[in-house]
Design a protein around this ligand. Structure first.
Ligand code: 5RP
Length: 222
């Protein structure tokens, strides 16, 4: 079932060289990259890593991947992460797993960002997937209202009856923009709203896209 995700995740790890500092993404596709990297580390590959979520940090620890504090990071050589949507210009929607803020901080500190997806994530135009927006819970109703006024039809992400809380103690509003024609303009407009911490548009970060298919083949786009 996850053949495409596995193929993409495992291929990305082939770009890692000894001595590198690696950003570990979050989600079910990054999972396969972290698992493969763990095998290589236990077989002697020397790298250091930082994680984009508590979930990936735990997985990396289980895999015996050495994690370093951010105070020791000068540059991250390669960040490997998934996406909820990717278009032909390697623009992304991320945050389906709620880790977008840490993911963006790490992507921004990386020389290379390898995005790993299965074929279902590739779109002509971003926007079918609701855009995750991380907000601080304080006065969230006011932030929410800004988004309603923009026509974003925001929905507070819940787990059961309680709002989903990110690793940073914030909430996620999933916003419907349908077709995002000017991602850069929308990105700036969103981050201009007080209360919004970050949004899930990743515009100039991805340097390589690896698409995995159900038959186990892959396609790479740079
Ligand atoms: C988490 C993310 C993930 O990368 C995105 O949701 C894709 O996840 P998956 O590989 O499980 O489909 O942005 O915040």
């Amino acid at each position: 079932m996850d053949t495409g995700k596995r193929a993409a995740g495992e291929r990305a790890v082939e770009f890692i060289k000894p001595g590198m500092t690696i950003g570990l993404g979050t989600g079910s596709t990054a999972y396969f990259a972290i698992k493969r990297l763990g095998t290589l580390v236990r077989n002697g590959l020397s790298i250091r890593a930082v994680a984009t979520s508590v979930q990936s940090e735990l997985l990396a620890s289980e895999e015996q991947i050495p994690l370093i504090p951010f105070s020791e990071v000068e540059v991250i050589d390669i960040d490997i992460d998934g996406a909820d949507e990717v278009d032909g210009q390697l623009q992304l929607i991320k945050g389906g797993g709620g880790a977008l803020l840490r993911e963006k901080i790490i992507a921004a500190a990386s020389r290379e960002m390898i995005v790993v997806v299965d074929e279902s994530k590739v779109v002509e135009t971003l926007g079918r997937f609701p855009l995750p927006v991380e907000i601080i819970p304080f006065a969230w109703e006011l932030t929410y209202k800004h988004l309603v006024d923009m026509g974003a039809n925001p929905k507070v992400r819940h787990i059961g009856n309680t709002p989903f809380v990110t690793d940073n103690g914030n909430w996620i509003l999933d916003c419907s923009f349908n077709q995002i024609q000017q991602a850069e303009v929308l990105h700036a407009a969103l981050n201009d709203i007080p209360g919004i911490v970050e949004n899930g548009l990743f515009i100039h970060y991805a340097t390589r896209l690896i698409i995995g298919y159900t038959d186990g083949s892959i396609k790479e786009v740079t």
